[in-house]
Design a protein around this ligand. Structure first.
Ligand SMILES: [Zn+2]
Ligand SMILES: [Zn+2]
Length: 199
């Protein structure tokens, strides 16, 4: 799992395998992880404010965190809004959702340097509520997918009974399984056993 501004990639993507800019890839993976905190069987990994703190440890957002029930409710609202983006038919249907998020979040891009990071993009004031920052950053990333006509990179995990969403950032768009739950390995083992049986 890539961490916010702590990954081993460099800004601008000089030496790595990135398809989009660093911020875009981080933001969209953060959004994916957020959507996946609600399982398809209804189990909510963000049931209380403490759960959100656990999520933020592995998916940090720059800025203040209130650790309140209200904040959690707002984050869950953003989560369901972002989850809808995996359900639309195509990027045309995604545009109104993304535009609405950008407007509601008051996204206002600006350049900033902090914590040793060179100039990079922020889209909401640092003191904006957490949910607003999460929504705006996610929307900026989805915006890139739409502009690049790359909407098919948003997928649902092919793992049996999984239901997690994923964003395929591989060069050849070959990713089929989510990173959680070992889905890819399980499918490989099942395919291996099927081959064995066929022999
Ligand atoms: Zn930053
Ligand atoms: Zn999966």
């Amino acid at each position: 799992m890539k961490r916010y501004y702590t990954s081993d990639t460099t800004w601008g993507g000089v030496t790595n395998q990135m398809v989009f800019t660093h911020d875009t890839e981080v933001w969209i993976e953060q959004a994916t992880a957020l959507v996946n905190t609600l399982d398809s069987d209804g189990v909510d990994e963000l049931a209380e404010p403490a759960d959100l703190q656990v999520f933020l440890e592995s998916h940090p957002y720059f800025g203040l965190v209130a650790e309140t029930e209200d904040e959690l409710a707002e984050v869950r609202e953003v989560r369901s809004q972002l989850g809808r983006l995996w359900q639309v038919a195509d990027r045309d249907d995604a545009v109104p959702i993304v535009n609405e998020i950008l407007t509601t979040a008051g996204a206002c891009p600006f350049l900033i340097r902090h914590d040793g990071w060179d100039w990079h993009l922020h889209v909401t004031p640092t003191d904006a509520p957490l949910a607003r920052r999460m929504a705006a950053e996610a929307a900026m990333a989805f915006l890139e997918l739409i502009r690049a006509d790359d909407w098919e990179r948003l997928k649902t995990c092919a793992g049996e009974g999984c239901g997690n969403v994923l964003v395929d950032l591989s060069k050849n768009r070959s990713k089929r399984y989510c990173d959680a739950g070992n889905c890819g390995n399980r499918a490989a083992v099942a395919a291996y056993r099927a081959r064995k049986r066929a022999q």
